[in-house]
Design a binder for this molecule. Structure first.
Ligand code: PRX
Length: 678
């Protein structure tokens, strides 16, 4: 039914929008795909600083077709720039020195502060000098494992300033996951903080970081120094924060930070003597800017590499058009900088536009379900960006916590991370947005660097749950399994023809995996791994992952990664994990485990296994259900039939053709073993 409902863009947004009509969108889109050099060349010239400008005729060079040789993408190679200069110095030089860059809102509502572009610039220059004093140079890799504090932005931009490549690991990952990413990414420095409160829970980040470095050492990989931000510790500095900040809940006495002399260095000690002057390192447009690990369907995470100019331009341009950004906006994205959404739409995109954003450390439902709207009212947020899982959580609490606060400043509401169900979309529109905001459901990926399929808030008529149309430069195509193009109405694999500036350039240390994962099944096209449906009006609807990935609360997990955490348990012989729809999280993990002969399946074992996944990956990956599977449905060649397991998880007896199954009697046993709850 939602296919037939059309919502026109908010007139308030439309009146001032950068793109006010579908006609204007169509014209711009046409230019962007037919003449990318002209379209992006104008943007590069107008919106960014290049020490040496892009070279005409060499603006874009690429090969998307594995059959024609190595897959590669280069935008503006030979041009010279610095991303940090573009997101900071440029604004300081252009009269925005005193404009607030971030309103920092702590875990507790009475812990907040703000930092201007001018002050952030000084902090970044200082920390860039600190990095240099630690012998970090252009091309070095730096791991960052931090909470959502200003120092996280300082650390990433300081890396960008000197040409070091940052690899940020989300602060919810475990020691094991952090270690795996440090080793694979060949990081030579770790930046972390003493600890952080998430709601009422105290997390000792330094302990987790120490655990990771111990694991690294065991694998003969030594990281010499760890820089530690004193965020909760006894003399928490107020770097970048107003001295008047009522940090009443800090310092935290229940936190002990173990410091190893000579290896661990306090951030504030290092910053105390650092100079506020640091010239940016001028870099080639195609030098790497950062890597960010994302789950891979084989279970081993992939280091997605993004480069300087193309990524910057794409993050900035999508931010400008998709949120219809204007100078007086107050923008808030609730994501963590540890994920791509935070990289592109908290740091790089908004800052390239000189925007004022809220940087939120806390949990959106702490201390109560009204927190988001309290924050919206407090800062008069006009553009808000979150994930469907939060909207569904808030729906549970009803309208009252929302309606109690003034949300009249809101204009554009964005959604990201997973398909948004029409019910949540309508709640976002009607209740949160009071029917006067434009909703933008933005489909994109770590790999794409920025939005790829999305409405524009001043022109696109929306349908609840549809990602609608492509952003500038994106050419979406639907294909069947065999690579036959599906025209008109239909459903299939979503692939993109021709590159856009933000597309990833490689998988760090493994270019063949890049080619294999994204370009081999459909030569000439980038494969998203998602399915999509085109309706009779040409609207695109993302149907979810086609590969073995589970999207839990907007966090992409590979089932293989969860399986390997389970089989590491001494009692587990084999494990198979499938996704199960979940009312709040979107999807959850349903795990089938086969025990080694002689062990019993007990509730203690279930607890143990859940905790094993938490330890191996992180708390967000904890399985929803663990079921005893004395046998697993397999083909005669021994391949686990996940299609059947998905049916069993859903208690659906209609599993179609089982003729390829080696022993169909296991199905009955598995149905009989379904737990009512874990
Ligand atoms: O399955 C799609 C889903 O999230 C995947 C990308 O995850 P990740 O790289 O972690 O990046 C998340 C933030 C961009 C996609 O392959 N996804 C993301 N946004 C949407 C979505 N699915 C449907 N609708 C969306 N708006």
């Amino acid at each position: 039914m939602s296919e037939d409902i059309l919502f026109q863009p908010s007139t308030e947004v439309q009146n001032v929008a950068h793109v006010k009509s579908m006609k204007q969108y169509d014209e711009m889109y046409k230019e962007s795909v037919e003449n990318p050099e002209q379209f992006w060349g104008k943007i590069a010239e107008k919106d960014f600083f290049f020490k040496s400008p892009p070279i005409s005729g060499k603006f874009l060079n690429y090969n998307f077709d594995v059959n024609k040789g190595k897959v590669f993408v280069e935008w503006m190679k030979g041009a010279v720039t610095n991303v940090c200069y573009n997101v900071l110095d440029r604004h300081v030089e252009n009269g925005k020195k005193d404009k607030v860059c971030f309103y920092w809102e702590g875990n507790d509502p009475d812990d907040y502060s703000e930092i201007t572009y001018g002050n952030l610039y000084k902090q970044v220059c200082k920390f860039a000098n600190v990095l240099k004093s630690l012998k970090i140079m252009k091309g070095d890799h730096v791991a960052i494992y931090m909470p959502m504090i200003v120092e996280l932005v300082v650390a990433m931009l300081a890396c960008a300033r000197i040409g070091a490549v940052h690899s940020i690991v989300f602060g919810g990952f475990s020691s094991d996951s952090l270690a795996e990413r440090i080793i694979d990414g060949k990081c030579c420095l770790l930046i972390t903080a003493d600890g952080v409160y998430r709601g009422k829970k105290l997390i000792n980040l330094k302990d987790i970081a120490d655990g990771a470095l111990k694991l690294c050492k065991e694998q003969n990989f030594n990281v010499k120094n760890t820089v530690v931000v004193r965020h909760l510790g006894p003399s928490a500095p107020l770097s970048g924060k107003k001295p008047t900040s009522p940090a009443a809940k800090r310092p935290c006495t229940s936190l002990t930070t173990n410091i190893t002399e000579g290896c661990d260095l306090w951030y504030d000690d290092l910053m105390a003597d650092a100079s506020e002057e640091c010239k940016p390192e001028w870099l080639d447009a195609e030098d790497p800017l950062f890597m960010l690990y994302t789950s891979g369907s084989t279970g081993k995470p992939k280091g997605v590499v993004h480069t300087q100019a193309g990524y910057m331009m794409y993050a900035a341009t999508t931010f400008k058009y998709v949120f219809d950004y204007h100078d007086d906006d107050i923008y808030w994205c609730t994501a963590d900088i540890g994920w791509i959404t935070g990289h592109s739409y908290i740091t790089y995109g908004p800052m390239a536009n000189g925007a004022t954003s809220v940087l939120f450390e806390g949990v959106p439902t702490y201390p109560g379900p009204e927190r988001c709207w309290q924050v919206v009212q407090k800062y008069k947020v006009s553009k808000f960006y979150t994930a469907p899982t939060l909207i569904r959580t808030l729906m549970k609490y009803g309208e009252d916590p929302i309606k109690r606060f003034d949300r009249s400043s809101l204009k554009v509401l964005g959604s990201v991370g997973e398909p948004i169900n029409p019910e949540a979309w309508l709640f976002y529109h009607k209740v949160i947005g009071d029917e006067k905001c434009s909703i933008v459901d933005t489909f994109w990926q770590t790999e794409t660097g920025g939005h790829t399929m999305t409405p524009l808030p001043g022109c696109t008529p929306t349908k609840p749950g549809a990602a609608t149309f492509p952003f500038f430069g994106i050419v979406p195509v639907l294909m069947d399994e065999k690579g036959k193009i599906i025209e008109g109405e239909g459903e299939g694999y979503l692939v993109f023809k021709q590159p856009w500036p933000g597309v990833m350039r490689t998988v760090y240390g493994n270019h063949p995996r890049y080619e294999q994962t994204y370009f081999t099944q459909f030569p000439g096209y980038y494969k998203t791994g998602d399915g999509a449906k085109r309706d009779k009006d040409g609207y695109m609807w993302i149907t979810g992952r086609i590969d073995d990935m589970v999207n839990v609360s907007g966090h992409l997990l590979s089932t293989a990664e969860v399986e390997s955490a389970l089989v590491e348990h001494e009692k587990v012989a084999e494990a198979a994990v499938v996704s199960l729809p979940h009312k709040i999280k979107g999807e959850s993990c349903y795990c089938f485990v086969t025990l080694i002969d002689g062990f019993d399946f007990t509730s203690e074992l279930v607890t143990d296994l859940k905790s094993a996944v938490r330890t191996k990956i992180g708390a967000f990956a904890q399985p929803e259900v663990i079921q005893n599977a004395p046998g697993l449905p397999k083909t005669r060649s021994g391949k686990i039939m996940r299609r059947i397991l998905r049916k069993i998880a859903r208690n659906d007896h209609d599993f179609g053709d089982v003729s390829t199954m080696a022993d169909s009697s296991v199905i009955e046993v598995l149905f009989a073993n379904r737990p009512t709850t874990n």
